[in-house]
Design a protein. Structure first.
Length: 112
């Protein structure tokens, strides 16, 4: 569809931005960008800011389908060797893509 998801919307992205800025200049900005009060439990409270990023790192996973990008979520020591917990995209035939989380040997991982 031209212009986005709205049927009949034929304005370009630049035109939409300009129109949004024009509306904000005419006193309608109070209607945009605010969530309704009580739309979920705790909606009226402001969440605490996150001070540090989670210890997630990019890595390469050398698995049965070749080398794939993955996210390394953590480590564990089992019997004197390390395993890494990763999240990797996997395709299931006839279903589509999904995210798989699993423990794999450190030998199957390399830094990105």
């Amino acid at each position: 569809m031209a212009g986005g998801m709205t049927p009949g919307g034929h304005e370009t992205l630049a035109q939409r931005v300009a129109n949004t800025r024009a509306r904000q200049g005419h006193g309608t900005s109070d209607l945009h960008g605010q969530r309704p009060a009580g739309w979920f439990p705790g909606a009226d409270s402001v969440p605490e800011p996150v001070e540090t990023a989670p210890p997630v790192r990019h890595c390469w996973y050398d698995g049965p389908h070749g080398r794939q990008p993955a996210l390394l979520l953590g480590w564990r020591n089992t019997g004197g060797h390390y395993d890494g917990r990763i999240a990797v995209a996997a395709q299931e035939p006839g279903v589509g893509w999904g995210i798989v989380e699993m423990w794999v040997s450190a030998a199957m991982l390399s830094p990105a």
